[in-house]
Design a binder for this molecule. Structure first.
Ligand SMILES: [Zn+2]
Length: 224
């Protein structure tokens, strides 16, 4: 009985990370407000980019890296919630993703994407965080910025990719609806031939996951 009670306490005290693999099998062209109470609406999900050489959809790469991050975090003792674990169909959109993180009282909401550009030479790694907007992001901005810096540093160190820095963004619906610290990692460019091949390799995906895990651990401990 004592052992069972101790186990229950241990489970209750784990910090929860919500991992959000960007996009899904299909785009969702319905619109949603860019922030709570806003009349500005944005498409729920344009569908993301795809590998310029491999043809792999971004959603597939995002999911593969996310599942590797989950495995590492669970091993560390975190509680982990995924916004999706499969290519399930039409993307749920970004308000729904933020609501999953809010409901979970996430210690950190980590959104995983791969970048795209019309310029095939563009490559490297960046981490986005919410720009200041009173009533939307002011409460989560300071912690999000700290998390972004720590994750960016460790991700770049693990990948040996070009460091494109951290970027504050006001136009990300999933940031504006988040009530918990939130970051979005653009791990690499699927429109760059070299990074497309790398992002589709198991070893690079694992290095990305390692870097993300180390960055998350530098921001919030598994238990507390
Ligand atoms: Zn994306």
């Amino acid at each position: 009985m004592i052992a069972a009670a101790a186990a229950a306490v241990a489970i209750a005290s784990c910090n929860r990370i919500v991992i959000d693999p960007g996009h899904d099998a299909r785009a969702n062209l319905a619109t949603e407000p860019i922030g709570p109470g806003s009349r500005t609406r944005k498409i729920k999900d344009g569908g993301g980019t795809r590998g310029v050489v491999t043809g792999t959809p971004e959603s597939v790469v995002n999911l593969k890296v996310s599942l590797r991050v989950r495995r590492l975090l669970v091993r560390d003792g975190y509680c982990v919630t995924m916004t999706r674990t499969r290519e399930t169909g039409v993307s749920m959109g970004n308000v729904a993703r933020a609501r999953i993180a809010n409901r979970a009282h996430a210690g950190l909401f980590v959104r995983l994407h791969a970048d795209g550009s019309t310029d095939r030479s563009r490559h490297g790694t960046s981490v986005l965080y919410p720009a200041f907007h009173r009533g939307w992001t002011d409460d989560v901005l300071p912690a999000s910025r700290i998390a972004a810096g720590r994750i960016q540093r460790r991700l770049v160190r693990s990948l040996h990719s070009r460091d494109l820095g951290t970027v504050a963004r006001s136009d990300i619906t999933g940031f504006n609806w988040s009530n918990v610290p939130v970051v979005l990692a653009e791990v690499g460019f699927l429109t760059n031939p070299r990074e497309d091949r790398l992002l589709n390799s198991a070893s690079y995906q694992q290095r990305a996951a390692r870097g993300l895990e180390r960055g998350i651990r530098a921001f919030v401990r598994p238990r507390g």
